[in-house]
Design a protein around this ligand. Structure first.
Ligand code: DC
Length: 251
């Protein structure tokens, strides 16, 4: 009986599960974890959302989780570098996403913070909060929980290295500082915000530096991540490149 049972094994490999029943192998596709990391304004969230839509997967914007934590700390008057106090605050903080067009809604303790977390006050303070070890620990656990069933496209800075080290697809998305600042400049202009291009370049460089030099989970390409430079690619081309990588992984 034992030998017979031993024959019925399951093997997980990339996006497939191979089930052997009485000597016959069956292959079934499982839902993958797709990690997209990279520096600020490289286009991660735009392409991650499109890839998720094409695959009918869930999209998770982990940057929004660090932004939401920063929002709550500012509301509560918690010092942004007080690791212990931030950790305590997170123990009871409810954080949820709700699907919506054109962007997902983000809620903190039932309050819609979708717009508030994109304001400059948050953008300029989020690197400090996201460098605190207890913040990273708490949010990493939440992200792992969200991704546990697969069928997820998650974007951030440390997804391929720390949050989902076994993700079947890992992409590291980059673009030149000038190109990223230019994209932000055009987005701002469309919203009626007038920030000089040189200032945007300086802000992007500063955020790159902080994100790559923090002690816990710095922004770094995972060894097994595929580098994709989008400097001369538009959104559709970058999305197509990632879809090709996903299809190759499924084979
Ligand atoms: O992607 P974004 O600009 O919304 O991210 C906001 C900040 O959150 C960014 O400066 C770095 C931090 N972050 C992080 O440390 N780890 C992640 N997985 C995602 C974002």
């Amino acid at each position: 009986k034992e030998r017979k049972n031993n024959k019925n094994v399951s093997l997980f490999f990339l996006g497939h599960i191979f089930i052997c029943l009485n000597g016959i192998y069956y292959s079934m596709q499982t839902k993958m974890q797709i990690a997209i990391d990279g520096p600020a304004s490289a286009g991660k969230s735009t392409v991650a959302k499109l890839v998720a839509k094409k695959l009918n997967y869930i999209y998770c914007d982990t940057g929004a989780m660090y932004r939401a934590t920063t929002w709550k700390a500012l509301q509560m008057g918690v010092s942004l570098d007080d690791d212990q106090a931030l950790g305590k605050m997170l123990e009871t903080m409810e954080l949820s996403f709700k699907p919506n067009e054109p962007e997902q809604l983000v809620f903190v303790d039932g309050t819609d913070v979708t717009t508030a977390i994109r304001l400059p006050e948050i953008t300029n303070n989020v690197s400090l909060v996201s460098a605190q070890p207890s913040v990273r620990k708490n949010l990493t656990e939440r992200q792992q929980q969200i991704a546990s069933e697969g069928g997820i496209v998650m974007d951030g800075r440390d997804i391929g290295t720390t949050v989902l080290p076994n993700a079947q697809v890992k992409i590291f998305l980059v673009a030149s500082v000038h190109e990223r600042a230019l994209r932000r400049f055009k987005e701002n202009q469309a919203k009626g915000i007038d920030t000089p291009l040189a200032k945007l370049e300086a802000e992007i460089k500063a955020r790159d530096y902080k994100d790559s030099h923090r002690e816990v989970s710095p922004l770094i390409k995972a060894d097994d991540a595929i580098l994709l430079d989008t400097t001369s690619l538009d959104i559709a081309q970058a999305t197509d490149e990632i879809m090709k990588i996903v299809k190759n992984t499924e084979k």
